[in-house]
Design a protein. Structure first.
Length: 201
C-alpha cells in the first residue's frame, strides 16, 4: 500500500493558497492510488521547536551512548525522519516568506537533515541516505520570481529545497508554482495546469 506524506507549512489555514493547491494534488494522487495511505504533518499551524544545543549534541552522540534526555530531545526528529522514510511520495506546501521557505518548514528540515540518519560524510563528501521518491513542492508567492523574470534572483526558495532534498538523497523533485498570486486567478490556473501535467486525470 503506497504512502503519501503531506507537509503543510503555511501558517494560514482556510485562506492558504498552498493548502488549497496541495489538497487538489492530494486528490489527484488518491485517484491514481485508491488504496494509498495519507500521512499529514502540519508544521505551519503546529510549528516544531527550533533545534536546541541539547538536540545538536544528541545528533552527534552515538546512539548507544545517548542519555535519556538526549533520546527525548531527538524524539520529534526521529518521528519526522520515520515519516519521510516510509513515504513513497511527498507533497510539500510552502508559501514564499521573505524570498525563502517558511520558518516552520525550515525547522522541519533542520530536524530531518541529520547526520547518520538521512546523510553521511564520506571521503568524497556528503552522501544522501534516503532512497529516491517523487517530491512535489507546491509553492506560492505574491510576486512572480520564476526564472524568466527580472527578479528571479530573489527566489531563494526553489533552489534551496532542491539542494536540501538532493543532499539527503532525493532527486525526483517537481516544482508547482502559483507565481505572482497578486495577479489573481491567473496564477492559480497556471499552477493547476502544472498539477494536471504531473498527475493527469
Amino acid at each position: 500500500m503506497p504512502t503519501l506524506l503531506v507537509i503543510h507549512s503555511s501558517p494560514k489555514s482556510s485562506a492558504s493558497i498552498t493548502r488549497q493547491l496541495t489538497a487538489e494534488l492530494v486528490t489527484k494522487w488518491q485517484q491514481a492510488n485508491p488504496t494509498g495511505q495519507i500521512v499529514e504533518r502540519d508544521v505551519g499551524l503546529n510549528p516544531p521547536p527550533h533545534i536546541s544545543e541539547e538536540t545538536i549534541n544528541a545528533f552527534y552522540t552515538p546512539a548507544d551512548q545517548r542519555t535519556d534526555e538526549q533520546k527525548q530531545a531527538l524524539a520529534l526528529s526521529d518521528e519526522f525522519i520515520a515519516e519521510l522514510r516510509q513515504a513513497d511520495a511527498v507533497i510539500i506546501g510552502t508559501p514564499m516568506h521573505n524570498f525563502s521557505v517558511t520558518s516552520g518548514l525550515k525547522t522541519w528540515i533542520d530536524h530531518v537533515a541529520r547526520v547518520g540518519e538521512t546523510f553521511q560524510y564520506t571521503s568524497t563528501g556528503p552522501k544522501g541516505l534516503l532512497t529516491d521518491r517523487p517530491v512535489y513542492v507546491v509553492g506560492a508567492s505574491g510576486g512572480d520570481y520564476r526564472a524568466h523574470t527580472p527578479i528571479a534572483f530573489l527566489n531563494h526558495q526553489d533552489n534551496y529545497l532542491k539542494v536540501v532534498l538532493n543532499f539527503v538523497g532525493i532527486q525526483d523533485i517537481h516544482l508547482i508554482q502559483a507565481a505572482g498570486v497578486a495577479r489573481g486567478e491567473e496564477a492559480l490556473t497556471e499552477a493547476r495546469a502544472q498539477i494536471e501535467l504531473l498527475l493527469p486525470a
